[in-house]
Design a protein around this ligand. Structure first.
Ligand code: MTE
Length: 320
């Protein structure tokens, strides 16, 4: 994760095309308008969205994030960190068509009453979905505001019935080199796979922590971590692991991927903190996707009231 010298994500408002326009593409082609010459930039936008065909979801709106100005679906789904596809942020949208989010099973295991497997269909039929508009802050100092659809992770934890040894929850992304081109590169891949993340049990149980199955009214775009990803809005984005296939309850703090790669720069906690700089850049300010000017980074990404109590006895300079 390196900071970009040039803000390649910057797109002016008139370049942002909303999803409904993409949805109209098929109708447009059916009308026999194939002879119309499309400019390459329009074609690129259309093909990117073709990769992200999404199904509508039934969900309840909530007051989370009321008043926040949301980024567009186009912005959130064409500027992605998903190393299993590419290091380049524009590439996952173009490459993610190889990911098959259905059928999809998640293993629930470790220090629990009885390990089991749950399918996405079971998850979708068991838990009422809600929409929560959250701030999202990447450790690289870019940010966005996204309407995620999901349910509290605590629902799965209650279902799993962890025993007294379960102190942390470890999450693992799918390992399948056929679906993730970078995994097929073995030791020459971008990072070691599978991608792993973890939370302390109280963090996992916090009401803000959700498992997301959708965004902008429909299922997740593949490049955004379909069919199931974690969203922990007060932590840097690398904690929000994508395309999860295993949730394991463990006694010891799991070694998360970025902490494993570079422990001096990326910790386990990764709480958004404007007062603790990354060794190579300041965290005091951030740039929201689509904005020219930077804005102030908020302590715990603006969720201080809800989460600060969990860290009151910890030195946040030490536990990065
Ligand atoms: N999960 C997996 N499996 N692989 C990844 O490369 N990148 C992380 C996180 N989850 C990543 C991942 C990082 S660094 C960030 S900032 C967010 O996903 C980006 O989420 P977005 O692409 O939806 O913005």
């Amino acid at each position: 994760m390196n900071i970009l010298k040039k803000p390649s994500w910057y797109i002016s408002e008139n370049e942002v095309t909303d999803e409904s326009l993409f949805d109209k593409r098929r109708d447009f082609l059916k009308l026999g308008a194939a002879t119309v010459v499309l400019t390459s930039s329009v074609m690129e936008k259309l093909s990117a969205i073709e990769m992200t065909k999404r199904d509508p979801l039934r969900f309840t709106k909530t007051s989370f994030g009321k008043g926040l100005e949301q980024n567009s679906f186009h912005q959130a789904s064409t500027y992605n960190n998903f190393y299993e596809f590419s290091l380049k942020k524009s590439e996952p949208a173009k490459l993610a068509h190889t990911l098959k989010p259905s059928p999809w099973d998640i293993e629930i295991k470790g220090e629990i009453e009885k390990p089991f497997t749950i399918s996405m269909e079971e998850i979708l039929s068991s838990y009422p979905l809600e929409e929560r508009v959250y701030r999202f802050r990447c450790v690289e100092a870019w940010a966005m505001v996204v309407p995620w659809i999901g349910f509290p992770l605590s629902h799965i934890i209650k279902l799993a019935k962890p025993n007294s040894k379960a102190k942390y929850v470890k999450f693992t992304t799918l390992f399948d080199p056929k679906q993730f081109p970078d995994q097929a590169k073995g030791m020459f891949g971008n990072i070691p796979y599978p991608y792993v993340e973890g939370l302390r049990m109280d963090e996992a149980m916090n009401d803000l922590t959700i498992l997301s199955v959708g965004m902008y009214g429909k299922t997740l775009a593949k490049q955004s971590g379909a069919p199931l990803r974690l969203i922990v809005p007060w932590k840097y984005g690398f904690k929000s692991i994508k395309s999860i296939v295993s949730i394991e309850f463990v006694e010891n703090q799991p070694i998360n991927t970025w902490n494993d790669i570079n422990p001096k720069e990326y910790g386990f906690y990764a709480n958004v903190n404007p007062n603790v700089d990354h060794p190579r850049w300041s965290q005091a300010r951030e740039r929201k996707l689509g904005s020219f000017f930077k804005q102030r980074t908020l302590m715990f990404n603006g969720y201080e009231k809800e989460v600060a109590g969990m860290y009151k006895d910890m030195d946040l300079r030490k536990f990065i």
